[in-house]
Ligand binder design. Sequence first.
Ligand SMILES: C[S@@+](CC[C@H](N)C(=O)[O-])C[C@H]1O[C@@H](n2cnc3c(N)ncnc32)[C@H](O)[C@@H]1O
Length: 193
Amino acid sequence: MFDQAYWEERYRAGGHHRQVPSPQLVAEVADLPPGTALEAGCGEGANAIWLAGRGWRVTAVDISATALERAREDGADVPVDWVHADLTDWTPPAEHFDLVSAHYVHPTGPPGALFAKLASAVAPGGTLLVVGHDPADHHSVPEAHSTTADVIAALEPDRWDVVVAESRTRVATDPHGRGVELHDAVLRARKRS
Ligand SMILES: C[S@@+](CC[C@H](N)C(=O)[O-])C[C@H]1O[C@@H](n2cnc3c(N)ncnc32)[C@H](O)[C@@H]1O
């Protein structure tokens, strides 16, 4: 369902609207010193651009060429390494990033393999932040849902400390300009040194 053609069509049909960074990212990164970051499934780049503006050295990956074109445009004044790749077959450098962040990335197939791959890219002492559509979120389709337990199940238990595992609400604007309350599953974990 969520293959490359789906995302290309979704971005082309939706038009280019400059996005704001995720409130979950802003909250969870506030206490981290800048370092290297991987933004997985970066879409139109708001999170990557926000991180780069705060001194992070960011690699941002997405399967949609259209989304990346817009990200490059919006992020023209900050250094981000934009990578056009499919996260299901692109392998990030192992144990490399101080922060690996993924928001609402739900590839075709079970997400556990992707979560494990993202976790393997976190450097010792680094942070994994995965934000998904909580199953309580009736605005998203069930195929897009994930829970914090899904992410935790993909982590090697003796290598990680879970810092945050909770469902949070946020308010977004729907295509008709109305405010809607959405539910996020937020998992933040620190890889042991
Ligand atoms: C719901 S959007 C979220 C975009 C962005 N993270 C945000 O929060 O605004 C999901 C993103 O993941 C990307 N994506 C989905 N599957 C992917 C894959 N297999 N490899 C790389 N990117 C993928 C899509 O192109 C899309 O930009």
